[in-house]
Every structure is written in structure tokens, then in C-alpha cells.
Design a protein around this ligand. Structure first.
Ligand SMILES: Nc1ncnc2c1ncn2[C@@H]1O[C@H](COP(=O)(O)OP(=O)(O)OP(=O)(O)O)[C@@H](O)[C@H]1O
Ligand SMILES: [Mg+2]
Length: 265
């Protein structure tokens, strides 16, 4: 399966092709930080869509922090996303860029002698998109994470033509992180479909007031509030995202059961 993982120096200088037409729809999940619930939300959204009869696949295009296995490098997020998929898909399509150390991806890539390029990610995404009604793509870290000398995380949703969903990890400092992230997403010219508040800190003081501030100041709709959960599962998270699917604006035809998320292409 590892044969499809991008090899060092592959595609470095190849220009990224234009996105092709597909039948699938997609959404790019970013967050206010690392460890704030992007994966839990990705899996929850996949589950919510699956409960509505949709074929859903997910992707973690770049992952730093992988175990060395007999099959190659494997990232926990990507494995969970693979397992949640409606169809079996080769690991390398879900996670084309895998790096062992849990460090900033552009540093991990440099250490591995790899330059992350858009073309292999677009190719992998296309192969998922033709098989699924939905592809949910989890970013890495937060919005301004560098991926290489010039590439940043923001280049991924742009190359894949995906609207962006911001997961706000509810904890002290999240107001600043959320407002800056939303500002940067909008400055990138990409549609911010909405944001989801995720209760990562069960002891957060004034959580409701923080939520009210986010609702008042973020320039996109709140698509869901996930409380702190003892042991989050995709189905549990999906229970808190039912309204999200309804609220996501949809410019698709034919209308989907979610009447949400705009067409990715
Ligand atoms: N609503 C929640 N309630 C309780 N625990 C949560 C909740 N959301 C996330 N967590 C936990 O917080 C941790 C980080 O969540 P998650 O892995 O989804 O973050 P992430 O943003 O995807 O991190 P990374 O940047 O490493 O990809 C995990 O242990 C997860 O189970
Ligand atoms: Mg994650």
C-alpha cells in the first residue's frame, strides 16, 4: 500500500494542475490550534453524513507524527479517518505525505528530504472524490502552518477548491485564535462555511460567555457546539452536528439530504 506514498523529491517542481471536475463534494477542516478537535469533528461529520445515506471518505493530506509499521509510516488521525470511510481506500490516498516526528510539517518534510507539493494531494483527493458523495479533509495544525519554503496550509483548500470549516477549541485563548484564524481564512479569499465550537476543556471558566463572544464576532455561522465528552466517538459527535448539516449553506444541485455544504467544484 505504501507504494503510493509520495517519495522524497517527487513532484517538487511540477506545477499543480487545475482541479478537475468530480461528482463529490468536500469540506476542509481547520482549527484554532493543534489538539483542539479537528479529527473528532472530521469523524463526527463523516458519521453524520453517513447517517444520511451519503458515501463519505476522509483525508489527512499531511501528517507529522507517524508510527513506523511494516506497511510504512502510519498516522493515528489518518488511520481513524480511513476506518471511518464508507469504502476501503488505500492508506496512501488518505495520507499522501506522512512523516515520523511529531513536529512542524515543513521541518519534518525537510528532515525527510521531501518537499510537499500540491499535485500529489490533488491527485489523491480526486481519486477519493470520484468514489464518494463527500470527502472531508482534515488540515494539520492551524491555518498559518507552513508546509514548505513557500507552501502553507491555506494552499491546500485553495488547490482542492474546498470551503473551510473552522473548529474552535473552547479554552482560554480561543477568542484570539478564532478571530485571527477567521480573519486569515477570509483574507485568503476562501469561503468560511462556518465554525464549530468544541468543548475540549471541561473546566473552562465562562465558557458560555466565550461562546456568546464568538457568536457575536466571528464572521460566519456557528454550525454546532460539541460539549466535552468523556470519550468522544464519531456517533456521539455526530449527534451534536445534526443541525450543522442543515445550517451549512448549499449551492448544489440536486439538493442533498444535508441541504448543506456547497459543492466543492
Ligand atoms: N468534545 C470533546 N470532548 C472531550 N475530548 C475531546 C473533545 N474533542 C476532542 N477531544 C480530545 O482532545 C484530543 C485532541 O482532539 P483531536 O485529536 O481531534 O485534535 P486535533 O485538532 O485533530 O489534533 P491534531 O492537530 O493533532 O490533528 C483527543 O484526545 C480528543 O479525543
Ligand atoms: Mg487531528
Amino acid at each position: 500500500m505504501n507504494d503510493e506514498i509520495v517519495s522524497p523529491m517527487a513532484s517538487i517542481s511540477r506545477p499543480a494542475p487545475e482541479p478537475e471536475k468530480t461528482h463529490g463534494q468536500g469540506l476542509f477542516i481547520t482549527g484554532t490550534d493543534t489538539e483542539i478537535g479537528k479529527t473528532e469533528v472530521t469523524l463526527g461529520l463523516m458519521s453524520a453524513l453517513q447517517q444520511r445515506g451519503q458515501r463519505v471518505l476522509g483525508m489527512k493530506p499531511v501528517a507529522a507524527g507517524c508510527a513506523v509499521t511494516a506497511d510504512g509510516l502510519r498516522n493515528e488521525d489518518a488511520l481513524r479517518i480511513q476506518a471511518q470511510g464508507s469504502l476501503p481506500v488505500a492508506y496512501a490516498r488518505i495520507n499522501p505525505y506522512a512523516f515520523a516526528p511529531p513536529i512542524a510539517p515543513h521541518i519534518a518534510a525537510a528532515q525527510a528530504g521531501v518537499e510537499i507539493a500540491l499535485a500529489p494531494i490533488q491527485a489523491a483527493y480526486q481519486r477519493l472524490a470520484v468514489q464518494a458523495d463527500w470527502v472531508i479533509v482534515e488540515g494539520v495544525g492551524g491555518w498559518r502552518v507552513p508546509l514548505g519554503p513557500e507552501l502553507t496550509l491555506a494552499d491546500l483548500p485553495r488547490a482542492l477548491a474546498l470551503p473551510v470549516l473552522l473548529v474552535v477549541g473552547l479554552r482560554l485563548g480561543c477568542l484570539n485564535h478564532a478571530l485571527l484564524s477567521a480573519e486569515a481564512i477570509q483574507a485568503s479569499g476562501l469561503p468560511l462555511a462556518g465554525w464549530i465550537a468544541n468543548g475540549v476543556d471541561p473546566a473552562m471558566a465562562a465558557a458560555e460567555d466565550n461562546l456568546a463572544t464568538l457568536r457575536a464576532r466571528l464572521p460566519a455561522p456557528c454550525l454546532g457546539v460539541i460539549p466535552w465528552l468523556q470519550r468522544p466517538t464519531p456517533v456521539q459527535v455526530a449527534d451534536h452536528l445534526r443541525q450543522s448539516l442543515k445550517r451549512l449553506s448549499c449551492a448544489t444541485e440536486p439538493p442533498l439530504p444535508c441541504d448543506g455544504l456547497r459543492r466543492a467544484r
